[in-house]
Design a protein around this ligand. Structure first.
Ligand code: NAD
Ligand code: ZN
Ligand code: ZN
Length: 373
């Protein structure tokens, strides 16, 4: 398809591209460090594996940093009904440098910065892809789930879906934008608010939540954050959040959120991994408001009393990562300095530390792994 769309994709370019691959591949090792697991909940093995070769449509990215998303923890534990491939190299917030590319790739050059994200590839042909609903494609490739991800030093990614990252960008800090940032930005758009309205971020101190607060502020909304503990509250306030409700201290979250927002927030972005928090959000949302479901507690069901649902005329919507346009826009908010990444950098070999903190709810902002150690 690329060849048809791009008249520059001639045989000459392909030959030149192949030459570049051959030249650059001298600098690419044949083995690399990665974290692999073979069974759900099993050992997270920091080990040597072969460096993958890019297919004609793929780039090979030397991953410098990767964010650690709670989805990676779900994948390792096998939390969801749809299981990942095994063995698996997880990770889908990878930021790095293009070191090789397949013959059909025309939108990246060797040396460019690139981001490897959850939505690795989509068909571009189905009803959903055609309408720009790429996350809803029927045959997606998912980095760190159906395709080895970014907890390795070299990852392959479809060039059309890989994110362009401007030269000079801090690769450690941009990494969390590649899933958490895109996802919450799209979820806020799904809430369809207008500046000045209230949005509740449930799970405000976590990886997605800490970015959601900032995108919401940048988009002109007033933010009430819900999470637990003084450290999460301090982070929330430092990011521009207005009112914090601590679910550890407060027994009646519904009343507290309603009170803080003068009758309930106009929108809610649920990024906690708590079914209870989701059920509360359906109750405290303002009449005519929108509850957006993002966090994915295993086996969760959202319930809404039909009479109340109708009388309050509320909306409950799912939101799943974002398409290529959302990706570009979410990265622009970051590169313009409107969104900061509250990150803690650890070595790739220490990945388990991040999982432990997320499991215990003590992770503040986002863990990012440095693949060089
Ligand atoms: P995280 O662990 O970094 O953050 C979750 C936060 O929720 C923590 O700060 C925790 O303290 C808080 N929390 C726990 N119980 C709560 C409660 N009762 N009320 C309010 N807050 C509570 O996780 P993350 O990486 O931000 O991911 C969150 C969820 O989003 C995961 O389930 C992940 O799989 C999902 N996710 C979905 C999409 C999507 O496209 N829909 C994309 C990325 C991640
Ligand atoms: Zn993610
Ligand atoms: Zn499709």
């Amino acid at each position: 398809m690329l060849r048809l769309l791009n008249p520059r994709s001639t045989q000459t370019v392909s030959r030149a591209t192949r030459l570049v691959i051959r030249l650059s591949s001298t600098a690419i090792p044949t083995t690399q460090k990665a974290v692999v697991f073979y069974e759900h909940g099993g050992e997270l093995k920091y080990t040597d594996i072969p460096v993958p070769k890019p297919k004609p449509n793929e780039i090979l990215v030397n991953i410098k940093y990767s964010g650690v998303c709670h989805t990676d923890l779900h994948a390792w534990k096998g939390d969801w009904a749809i299981k990942p491939k095994l063995p698996l190299v997880g990770g889908h917030e990878g930021a790095g440098v293009v070191v090789a590319k397949g013959a059909n790739v025309t939108n990246f050059e060797i040396g460019d910065y690139a981001g490897v994200k959850w939505l690795g590839k989509t068909c571009m042909e189905c009803e959903f892809c055609q309408k720009g609903f790429e996350p809803n494609c029927e045959t997606p490739t998912l980095s760190g789930y159906t395709h080895d991800g970014t907890f390795q030093q070299y990852a392959t990614a479809d060039a059309i879906h890989a994110a362009h990252i401007p030269p000079g960008t801090d690769l450690a800090k941009v990494a969390p934008i590649l899933c958490a940032g895109i996802t919450v930005y799209k979820a806020l758009k799904t809430a369809a608010l207008i500046p000045g309205q209230w949005v509740a971020i449930s799970g405000a101190g976590g990886g997605l939540g800490s970015l959601a607060v900032q995108y919401a502020v940048a988009m002109g909304y007033r933010v009430v954050g819900i999470d637990g503990g003084n450290e999460k509250e301090a982070l929330f306030r430092s990011l521009g959040g207005e009112t914090f409700v601590d679910f550890h201290k407060n027994k009646d979250i519904v009343s507290a959120v309603r009170e803080a927002t003068g009758g309930g927030p106009h929108g809610v972005v649920n990024v906690s991994v708590s079914t209870n928090a989701i059920l509360q959000s359906v109750e405290y949302v303002r009449p005519t408001g929108t509850v957006v479901l993002v966090g994915l507690p295993p086996d969760a069901t959202v319930k809404s009393d039909v009479l109340t649902h109708v009388l309050k005329s509320i909306n409950i919507k799912g939101s799943y990562v974002g398409n290529r346009a959302d990706t570009k826009e979410a990265i622009e908010f970051f590169t313009r300095g409107l969104v900061q990444s509250p990150i803690k950098i650890i070595g790739l070999s220490q990945l388990e530390e991040a999982y432990k903190a997320m499991e215990e709810g003590t992770s503040i902002g986002r863990y990012v792994v440095d693949t060089s150690r």
